[in-house]
Design a protein around this ligand. Structure first.
Ligand code: 5CA
Ligand code: ZN
Length: 409
């Protein structure tokens, strides 16, 4: 699949420091020291009800990761998927009487537009589940042949017991895992499974549903977790730097994915850090497709909201916090954008070299975007109140805000 166009990232004087980031697996903050090419996999959308503010907030967090790494003068190798075939997508298409491929294509196109408008840097590889099927089938066959997977009425399940590290991403107890498995696409109550938590790797063709040639697996379609593993291993290999997504993906998705990859390769860990963004809520409840309490980026854009203001609204919350989208959050961001633009549109101003370092430091410290905004706010207030004579300052502030925060002033 094609991704979306990259906005330019201005070069800044000097260079940033290595990213410290909270890792769900070790439950602490670690300093990542990638090689010259940093590698990140971020779980993409299931293309319906795209792009809501919750999605945008999560992709914003990982866009900041890219920007911090680029500022350390590294290259970034970024891979993202599109879950363009899965139960929820097929259910939605059936509910609305539309063709599932058309739904997926339309929503993916909308997502690309929203990402472009928000200045999110694109992945180098943007891969759909359907196009990944030829790579998924041999992985499932290998797991089965190695005894890490088994068949149940034509479906193939992964045996969680085949990975000695299973459980190490999300650190949950058995009961919590069982509950979340039932909530998030698993089938812990299906009779005949070796372990209730075992997830499906390959689903045998069902009447009326799309299916593909699965070689020795028979016709069918891939399970959710193996999709991301196949794409990540194909384009990044084992031991990549960050596996990212919203906190609702820690279990089962990232837990199972790590186990699939570790059972396949015998290597550990799949990723150096498992990084999870908090959940955005609306009216007191997590913004979710199933509840339908969604605010869409495209609807805000149509209503005339500047995408830079949407981006500033996302940045005003720490990525790991759960937070609530309100009219006030947006109004504050609109006002901030106006203040910042007024400050940088003056012909000269207060020196900004220290500000560059403050923004860098805030982001390197577990992506503390609110602290970065506060630093810019302080410069903006002084800039408006004082008569500076540094002609290069307004330009430097614009470039800093663009390069590190993805906001064009
Ligand atoms: N296709 C899978 C991942 S392989 C999937 O979870 N798709 S999704 O469309 O449901 O979600 C896309 C991303 O948005 C995921 O990282 C998910 O954790 C995140 N997300 C979904 N809802 C919210 C929310 N309310 N707040 C923050 N992030 C969210
Ligand atoms: Zn995924």
């Amino acid at each position: 699949m094609h991704a979306w166009p990259a906005s330019e990232v201005p070069a800044l004087p000097g260079k940033g420091r290595d990213l410290e980031i909270h890792d769900t697996a070790t439950q602490g903050t670690i300093t990542l020291a990638p090689g010259p090419v940093a590698r990140i996999y971020v779980c993409g959308i299931t293309p319906y009800d795209a792009t809501h503010i919750g999605h945008a907030a999560t992709y914003n967090a990982f866009d900041l990761v890219q920007r911090v790494w680029l500022d350390t003068k590294r290259q970034v190798h970024y891979v993202q998927n599109v879950t363009d075939v899965d139960d929820p997508l097929l259910e939605r298409a059936l509910r609305d009487g539309q063709d599932w491929t058309e739904l997926a294509e339309r929503e993916t196109a909308l997502f690309r537009e929203d990402m472009t408008a928000l200045r999110m840097l694109p992945p180098q590889h943007y891969i759909g589940a359907v196009e990944a099927i030829p790579g998924i089938v041999p992985l499932v066959e290998r797991l089965r042949d190695a005894g890490a997977a088994y068949e149940l009425d034509g479906d193939v399940y992964f045996s969680v017991e085949s990975d000695p590290h299973f459980g190490g991403v999300s650190n949950l107890d058995a009961e919590a895992m069982r509950l979340l498995s039932a909530e998030r696409g698993g089938d812990p109550d299906r009779p005949g499974k070796k372990n209730p938590l075992d997830p499906m790797l390959w689903m045998a063709a069902r009447p009326g549903e799309p299916s593909w040639d699965g070689g020795s697996l028979g016709r069918g379609r891939p399970g959710w977790h193996i999709e991301c593993v196949a794409i990540a291993l194909d384009h990044l290999g084992m031991g990549f730097d960050i596996q990212g997504g919203g906190s609702d993906l820690a279990f089962p998705h990232h837990e199972m994915g790590a186990s699939h990859a570790q059972a396949l390769t015998g290597e550990f860990p799949m990723a150096q850090a498992y990084v999870h963004a908090g959940m955005v809520a609306l009216n007191g409840e997590k913004m979710s497709k199933s509840k339908g309490n969604l605010v869409f980026v495209s609807a805000l854009r149509r209503a005339g909201v500047d995408p830079a203001a949407i981006r500033l609204a996302l940045l005003s919350h720490h990525y790991r916090a759960d937070w609530e989208w309100t009219d006030e959050v947006l109004a504050d961001a609109v006002a901030r954008l106006e203040r910042w633009r007024a400050a940088v549109s003056r012909p000269d101003g207060l020196p900004a070299d220290a500000l560059v370092e403050e923004v860098r430091e805030a982001l390197a410290n577990d992506l503390d975007a609110p602290a970065a905004l506060a630093a810019v706010d302080r410069w903006v207030e002084r800039q408006i109140a004082t008569d500076g004579d540094d002609e290069s300052a307004p330009g430097l502030v614009s470039r800093t805000v663009d390069a590190l925060l993805g906001v064009a002033l």
